[in-house]
Design a protein around this ligand. Structure first.
Ligand code: FES
Length: 200
């Protein structure tokens, strides 16, 4: 991990500018922002542990305890919530037997209530490993969890076929996985105001 953290630092004129992708890399190795990861980032950047922890606890994309192989986020902000997000969250929580910020005993799933994903035109939105699962319903959510548990491929409405939370964290750290063009990048709802109205 140290060698790759140094590679990230080398991309920036000011090494401390690399702190956010470095924390994503820590998550890709550890599944969360571990104490050891924070200490290493602080040492490499010449910062205090408190300064690095300050960043990792300010942004909700950083986890303070291990995520499951698949990290499920259900949007709990008003628009998604009233359009069915609360029901989706309840169904996922019941199916997995965990509440927000918990991880299943087998380490396969973790759950989080997340704030607006700027995808309100697809409400209610669920995210898996930061990929969008649009226009979600409780029934669709449970079926997706069944497929993931069975190891079947799951395709988000927009984006690449799901891998794992750790693998996506590595991409967020800036290590390209070659799949940026896989899947649809913009949905019809987002394109309605464009000249073609979302039609190809
Ligand atoms: S309120 Fe859920 S994506 Fe905006």
């Amino acid at each position: 991990m140290k060698e790759e953290l140094e590679q990230i630092m080398a991309r920036y004129p000011q090494p401390r500018s690399a702190i956010m992708p470095m924390l994503h890399l820590v998550q890709s190795y550890e599944g969360y922002v571990s104490d050891a990861g924070v200490e290493l980032v602080a040492e490499l950047l010449g910062l205090t542990i408190a300064q690095v922890r300050g960043v990792s606890t300010f942004y909700t994309q950083y986890r303070q305890h291990p995520a499951g192989k698949h990290h499920i986020g259900v949007c709990a902000t008003a628009l998604c919530a009233v359009l069915g997000g609360d029901a989706v969250y309840a169904a996922v929580s019941e199916k997995l037997g965990i509440k927000a910020d918990e991880t299943t005993a087998d380490g396969l799933f973790s759950l989080e209530r997340i704030e607006c994903n700027a995808a309100c035109d697809f409400a209610p939105v669920m995210m898996i490993n930061w990929e969008f699962m649009d226009n979600m319903t409780p029934e669709k959510a449970v079926a997706i969890l069944d497929d993931l548990a069975a190891g079947k491929p799951v395709q988000p409405e927009r984006g690449a076929t799901l891998t794992s939370w750790k693998e996506n964290e590595r991409v967020l750290a800036g290590f390209y996985d070659g799949r940026a063009d896989e899947g649809v990048s913009a949905g019809v709802s987002s394109l309605r105001s464009t000249p073609k109205g979302g039609k190809k």
